[in-house]
Design a protein around this ligand. Sequence first.
Ligand code: ZN
Length: 242
Amino acid sequence: MTGWLDPLRAALDAAEEPVPFFFRDDDAGWDDDALAALLDVFERHGMPLDVAAIPTETTARTAALLRRRGGDVRVHQHGYAHVNHEAEGRKCEFGASRAPEQQRADVDRGRRLLAELVGDLPSLFTPPWNRCADWTPAVLRDLGFGILSRDLSAGRADVPGLAEVPVTVDWFAKRRKVPVDRDGRGGLLAQSAATGGPVGVMLHHAVTSAEERADVSDLLALVAAHPAATTVHLDALAARVG
Ligand SMILES: [Zn+2]
């Protein structure tokens, strides 16, 4: 049943130092029912989850879900409205066609909106589609953000004062445009763990099936039980990798 996790188990068995894991679920504000179902899984295992919430999409109902008792959930800002502003090329909300002043206004407005709904937020920002313009990191730093979380492939901005904690495994990764299957996913997790971590797993509750939620649950059970794995919130890693 959990054969797909054998490579990860082997990588952890071979680890000489504890391997830190964090889990980031994106797009809170979209599909509250799917969000609730994923929160249930994390709650059952008592595992920490970092939720990236879209300010303009987050409703009072979403906020209530995120704040409910029992879950070890921390909410941070995911863009502003999760819209694409680029006329060409890859989708981006904070891309090259948005000047620093426009980005600054969007981020600031979004942060206020979200803080009103969910209360205090960590100074952590995840751009939609995991990418942004060259100047976005400095905009974030100037607004007081301390951490930027993108994908490993985005590289590093190296802006002093802004730590970067990228996700390393996309649950919905594609290889040559084909979504990875369960075994492929197990391989990616093992690969990331073999580097010593942090292993950052990116989830998207809105497109996660019940079967995949069961797989997430099996992954959490392994990570919770394995002596070489630790789990933390994303911002706890900032000092280590920043
Ligand atoms: Zn997103």
